[in-house]
Design a protein around this ligand. Structure first.
Ligand SMILES: Nc1ncnc2c1ncn2[C@@H]1O[C@H](COP(=O)(O)OP(=O)(O)OP(=O)(O)O)[C@@H](O)[C@H]1O
Ligand SMILES: [Mg+2]
Length: 288
């Protein structure tokens, strides 16, 4: 059985601060009061489907992700926020009715109000050592490599206390496919597995991985390699259905995810020199 996402009726009640041109995140509540956060796609960008795709893949491999759901926002609620946004951001267009949207349905994750970020590597390692799901931290390296997500830094990690346990979560996947705006250049980077040395990826993160952890990084690459064709097709079908993706984009997306899945394990091994603290590298020490 694959992963199923619910479709939940919800209302937007606020905007996350820091709203400017390419940043726009909404806070919404469902009928039970559960809070969600989501980013609509800005014009010509696929922020929202990107978040969904990464969440689905990440959930299949057991990455530390917050609950995700599709939210259905009423037309009335959308219009209210459209007016508010336009009132303080000249020229802003609420991108609801701009493709790739199928009505006002957005992928969202649970909003954890009292979460916090680590400010630097020392703080990160300190909090991680206290976290109940520390092992899941190491999923990000293979996952980001698979999805070509260069946007990984301390701000895209959150910690949250849950019934006396500290939990670590990965957030913010809207720039997967190397921020490919509307996926038009997907075909050109399908076999590109260069490590993220020159991108926005925070290189300090590679230093949090040592010989003991690199095995876990490999394990996660192995889990990606084992994702079934059916699960990947399922993701593409849901994307196509919710976001009205045309056949050409559907085919590109399917091809991209399948091709990279088949190469992710070997590519992650080849990229092990990125991790300065790892000395035991390569096929001989790899467990598959
Ligand atoms: N699910 C969440 N629960 C709690 N806080 C969150 C959640 N998602 C985001 N935040 C907070 O909002 C901040 C910004 O969110 P996010 O990283 O998703 O967007 P961004 O980096 O501002 O935008 P982008 O990189 O897409 O331009 C996070 O650093 C975090 O503090
Ligand atoms: Mg971010």
């Amino acid at each position: 059985m694959g992963i199923e996402y619910s479709l939940v009726d919800a209302n937007i009640y606020d905007i996350l601060p820091n709203f400017h041109n390419d940043k726009l995140a909404f806070l919404a509540k469902d009928l039970d009061g559960k809070q969600y956060i989501f980013k609509p796609s800005w014009i010509g960008h696929f922020h929202n489907p990107n978040e969904y795709i990464a969440h689905h893949i990440g959930s299949l491999i057991g990455a530390p992700l917050l609950d995700g759901a599709f939210l259905k926002i009423s037309a009335q609620n959308m219009q209210k926020w459209d007016k508010i946004i336009k009132s303080f951001h000249h020229g802003a267009i609420f991108p609801t009715f701009i493709p790739p949207y199928n009505n006002a349905i957005f992928f969202a994750v649970e909003f954890k109000q009292d979460s916090f970020n680590a400010k630097n590597s020392t703080e990160l390692q300190h909090e991680l050592n206290k976290s109940s799901n520390k092992i899941q931290y190491y999923s990000q390296f293979s996952l980001d490599q698979y999805l070509k997500n260069p946007d990984r830094h301390f701000g895209n990690h959150i910690f949250f206390k849950e019934s006396h346990k500290l939990m670590f979560y990965l957030i913010d996947f809207d720039r997967i496919f190397t921020a490919a705006t509307d996926w038009s250049n997907l075909s050109s980077n399908v076999l590109d597995f260069e490590c993220f040395k020159d991108d926005g990826y925070n290189m300090e993160l590679y230093q949090t991985v040592c010989n003991t952890h690199i095995r876990t990084v490999r394990d996660y690459a192995g889990y990606i390699e084992k994702i079934s064709d059916e699960d990947i097709e399922d993701i593409c079908k849901t994307t196509s259905h919710v976001y009205s993706i045309d056949k050409n984009k559907y085919d590109k997306l399917l091809y991209w995810l399948l091709q990279r899945r088949d190469r992710i394990f070997d590519s992650c091994l080849k990229n092990e020199p990125c991790y300065n603290k790892v000395t035991k590298r390569g096929y001989l020490s790899a467990s598959r």
